[in-house]
Design a protein. Sequence first.
Length: 336
Amino acid sequence: MTLSRRPFLRRLAALTTGPLAVTVATALALLAPQANAQSEPTPARILVGFSAGGSFDAVARLLAERLRLELKRPVMVENRPGAGGRLAVDALKSGPRDGSTVMLGPDALTAMYPFTLARIQYDPKKDLLPIGTVTEFPFVLAVSAQARTATLADYVRWAKANPQQANYGVPARGAPHHFFGITLGQAIGVPLQDVPFQGSAPMLVGVIGEQVSAGIDAYGSVLEQHRAGKLRMLAISAPQRMPQTPDVPTFTEQGYKGIQGMGFNALYAPAGTPPAAVSAWSQALARVLGQPQVREQLLAMGMLPVGKGPDELIERQRQAIARWEPVIRASGFRAD
């Protein structure tokens, strides 16, 4: 040790052992949390308007795991289930606008609820800033594996012969599942009756047990039961067959061109979030959805990864509104 450092060490020892010891210790204690706060970035949140364990929650948690590395900050999933995802919108609107909070939401929030709800507590165009489309997925008409209707043509013949029994289960009324059923009924000339359930799981149980003649749900919700041999997919609403089930035909190739369309989920930020923060999320999302492992996991869930930015999402929303608004208005349906 050099002689020049000894006086400094004697003074430091005096401070930490003499009357000023408490003051020095207090100052160091106050400074320590500030140093930690500066070194650790603020955690970000992805709000999900559905319960833990569902498909939306699974996608959000996959994103959170990967976005943490891209954004270089912790990313947590916060479930706000209820009202078809609208409780998450409420939380997004009342949350911070600094880029720390986003929401994973379904297409119904922007393309359907404005027309199915008499009272809506948000304006999709003013309150939700598009970040990017995450995944897209088709809808499926499925029957019990024990049903005699082995094909869509079989089901159509049966429905025409038994119009009083021609119904279809849906996870909830007022969602795309519901209106795909209305569109199918119009196409085959039989007014199919929707039977709402409290979510996908009980609806699929009802279809398997033949409590309803068929069910319409998102592809990923039906995929596992189809693979297990409990349900049979008769047709999907995608423009082409899905890679997971190349044996399942589309509605279009079976002669029903009007029954085509993909559902989607997307990330949104609250209005007032700085453009730079929105851009950072959008770019990170694109990088994550370009990773082969992430794409494989999403395909296994029955979803097609997208990863496009705000402009593509805005156009996708416009197309969804153009498709569903006339159908909803013609049906006269109102949820409240």
